[in-house]
Every structure is written in structure tokens, then in C-alpha cells.
Design a protein around this ligand. Structure first.
Ligand code: NAP
Length: 275
């Protein structure tokens, strides 16, 4: 039985958990807490710990599937006619569900975009997935995708986007919105080990708003309409607090200060990427 799907402003990510950076029990508790706080979109992938993140997510899905918009990924090299079904069925088994709400093509495989789209459409028509999307697709990739039969059914583009990685602002965000493609920003704090959250400009604005720099970094992303930011589910700041970032209300002065340190792109910049 399918439910109507909406994306929450924040999605709970499972990469660090899948990579084994904290124990499974803690990861499952973090996902439950995130869902309780209204973070009902979950981002997982066969790539996060070679299926470990999907298995952990599946244990949570066993009791909460109806509450969640479930996003997982297929590696682009496996998006051919035979492997795509086998990969999808293996993910479904790990995820303990009969359908993935959105199945993401993890990057382009040179030359094979048309067949990948055909195979994702086939999975959609068979009901194994509710819809599909792509990751790390830039303007030219999206243009080529939209020219393919079935390409117009792409629903998500997952890209790295944060204050210090503003490449998507150069045409891509507008292009995706016009095509009805929802944007999911991964690594909103710069990615593991990145010093973004200790940037003085974010610390000063956070002090003014009496919150944490992480909340400012998320509010900055969520100022963009039709955007979801993917945070790691097990966060040092309570997810309930982070979930309020959308309503934080950055001022024009805050935005100008951030622009001063992290200027918007005036020419095309290659997308920053992380597996
Ligand atoms: N290609 C893709 O599709 C792709 C790639 C990457 C990530 N993702 C998704 O995006 C999610 C998040 O991405 P990410 O882990 O790369 O980067 P991130 O959210 O930008 O986090 C990077 C680092 O920020 C710190 N941090 C996290 N939450 C914090 C908070 N509330 N306050 C202060 N510091 C905080 C952590 O550092 P410490 O560990 O030092 O505390 C964490 O390692 C992943 O779980 C995954 O679902 C997708």
C-alpha cells in the first residue's frame, strides 16, 4: 500500500553509521529520534558500508515504514537491465520493505544514461520503486537526462551544497526547480573533517540568533525553496533543534555577511563531490 510522499526539510543520513563510525544500536536510536522529530525522509545507499547502512535502516523500517520517505541508491555501473533489478531486490531485502520511495542513480556512467533511465522506469512501472532520481548531476547532465524518453520522470538531484560549496547556485538550482526535480543537499556541514562549522562568520551569526553554527548552516541551505538538507542522523545537536532551522529567519545582513566570506558563483564551478 503506497502512501503520499512529501520530503521533510531535513533528511536523516546514514553514511557515517554505514561506515561504522558509531555502533548500530546508536544509529538505530538516532533514526528513531529523527523520525520522532519530523525528519521523515531517510537517505541511505548500498554504498554506505556496502549495504550495512541499508541493513540498519531496514531494522528501523520494520516498524516505521509508513512514516518514512525512503531514498536509496544504485551504483551507476549496475543500472543495466539485469543488474538493476538484482541490486534493487537485494536493497529491498536489506531495507525490509517491498518498495523504495526514490531510487537514486549514483552519478552517470559514461554513455549509459539512456539505458539507466529505461531500467529505472521499468523498476518504477513494476512498483519496486515509487520514483527515481540522480546524484551529482550538473546542468549539462540534467539537460541530457531531460531529453531522454522517461527522463522527465526524474524527481531528485542529490548534490553537495553548503555555504562553501555554492556551485549548484549557478543555473542548476533553477534548472531543477523548473523541471520539478527536488534538490537534496548532502554534506551540509562540509563533510566529515571539514572546518566549515568553525567559520567565524557562522559563529558570529549563531551567537546573534542564540543557536549553534550547525543551525545557521542549515537555515542558509533551507532558505532555498524546494530543498532538503541531509544531516547525519546521529547529530551532536538534538535533531529536534536542527529541524527548526527552516524557521530561523536569517536576515539580509546575515546573508550578506555569509556572501562576503563565501561568495556566490558568477561563473560555472564544477560540483563538489563526495562518495
Ligand atoms: N554522494 C552522496 O549521495 C552523499 C555523499 C555524502 C553524504 N551523503 C549524505 O549526507 C549525510 C551527511 O553528510 P556528511 O556526513 O558527508 O557531512 P556533514 O553532515 O556535512 O557532516 C560532516 C561533519 O560535521 C560534524 N557534524 C555533524 N552534525 C553536526 C552538528 N549538529 N553540530 C556540529 N557538528 C556536526 C561531524 O563531525 P565530527 O564527526 O567531527 O563530529 C560530521 O562528520 C550522510 O549521512 C549521507 O546520508 C550523501
Amino acid at each position: 500500500m503506497k502512501k503520499s510522499l512529501t520530503f521533510s526539510a531535513l533528511a536523516a543520513g546514514t553514511k557515517a553509521a554505514g561506515d561504522g563510525r558509531y555502533p548500530e544500536k546508536q544509529a538505530m536510536a538516532a533514526l528513531h529520534r529523527a523520525i520522532d522529530c519530523g525528519i521523515t525522509t531517510i537517505d541511505t545507499s548500498v554504498l554506505y558500508g556496502q549495504g550495512r547502512a541499508e541493513r540498519m535502516t531496514g531494522k528501523v523500517m520494520a516498524t516505521r515504514r509508513q512514516e518514512v520517505c525512503l531514498v536509496s541508491e544504485v551504483v551507476s555501473g549496475a543500472a543495466n537491465r539485469w543488474l538493476s533489478r538484482r541490486f534493487c531486490q537485494a536493497s529491498l531485502k536489506r531495507l525490509q520493505t517491498d518498495h523504495i520511495d526514490f531510487y537514486i542513480l549514483h552519478r552517470r556512467y559514461p554513455g549509459l544514461l539512456a539505458s539507466a533511465v529505461r531500467n529505472l522506469e521499468r523498476l518504477r512501472q513494476e512498483g519496486l520503486i515509487g520514483g527515481w532520481g540522480v546524484a551529482d548531476f550538473d546542468v549539462r547532465d540534467i539537460k541530457q537526462l531531460l531529453a531522454l524518453p522517461g527522463g522527465e520522470n526524474c524527481r531528485i538531484n542529490k548534490v553537495m551544497y553548503h555555504c562553501a560549496a555554492r556551485g549548484p547556485e549557478y543555473r542548476l538550482l533553477d534548472q531543477c526547480r523548473q523541471a520539478g526535480i527536488h534538490l537534496m543537499a548532502y554534506s551540509p556541514f562540509g563533510g566529515a573533517g571539514d572546518p566549515l562549522l568553525s567559520a567565524p562568520v557562522l559563529e558570529i551569526i549563531a551567537r546573534d540568533h542564540r543557536c549553534q553554527p550547525a543551525e545557521i548552516a542549515l537555515a542558509w541551505i533551507l532558505r532555498q525553496p524546494g530543498m532538503t538538507a541531509i544531516i547525519e542522523a546521529d547529530s551532536p545537536v538534538h535533531p529536534g533543534r536542527l529541524a527548526r532551522a527552516k524557521t530561523l529567519g536569517l536576515t539580509a545582513a546575515d546573508l550578506a555577511a555569509i556572501n562576503g566570506v563565501f561568495p556566490p558563483p558568477v561563473i560555472r564551478q564544477p560540483l563538489s563531490r563526495q562518495q
